[in-house]
Design a protein around this ligand. Structure first.
Ligand SMILES: Cc1cc2nc3c(=O)[nH]c(=O)nc-3n(C[C@H](O)[C@H](O)[C@H](O)COP(=O)(O)O)c2cc1C
Length: 142
């Protein structure tokens, strides 16, 4: 089975645009993909999926969004150790720094990163959208 959950949090829509492109890329590669805003997903659904694309912008001071995304991610990572995952999100001024501790944390939790995380400044342009589709494709084919 190749069931993928794409789960994202967004404040102003940029990471949602990325999430939609990740979905498109994974579908093009033949996966069965479902898109969730964090508020629509709970960790007890994790076992229904084989792979996960997780999207969250840089918030706080180079951190994950702390009211919805971080708590969900903390519960989820305990349940999906050993599963394939990709990470993505939009940032503003920090050069993508928030992605480094996230990547390290995911690896420490035993998540298997199917590709390098994708960090995009602001709203993705056409080239950025293509990178998102490619990320979805790589996850689907991994
Ligand atoms: C409360 C808050 C904190 C933020 N902190 C950071 C940060 O630490 N580093 C950074 O590069 N951008 C930061 N940003 C900018 C967002 O990451 C950026 O606007 C991003 O495009 C938002 O993505 P979204 O449209 O998916 O919400 C912050 C924005 C807000 C509102």
């Amino acid at each position: 089975m190749n069931k993928i959950a794409v789960i994202f949090w967004t404040g102003t829509g940029n990471t949602e645009v990325m999430a939609n492109e990740v979905v498109a890329g994974a579908k093009e590669a033949g996966a069965d993909v479902t898109l969730f805003n964090t508020s629509a997903f709970s960790a007890d659904k994790a076992q229904e999926f084989d792979k996960f694309a997780l999207g969250c912008p840089a918030m706080g001071a180079e951190e994950l969004e702390d009211s919805e995304f971080q708590p969900l991610y903390d519960q989820l990572k305990a349940q999906i150790s050993g599963k394939k995952v990709v990470l993505f999100g939009s940032y503003g001024w920090g050069g993508g720094e928030w992605m480094n501790p996230w990547k390290e944390d995911a690896a420490n939790a035993g998540l298997v990163l199917a590709d390098e995380p994708l960090a995009i400044e602001g709203a993705p342009d056409d080239a950025g959208k293509e990178k998102c589709r490619e990320l979805g494709k790589v996850l689907a084919l991994s």
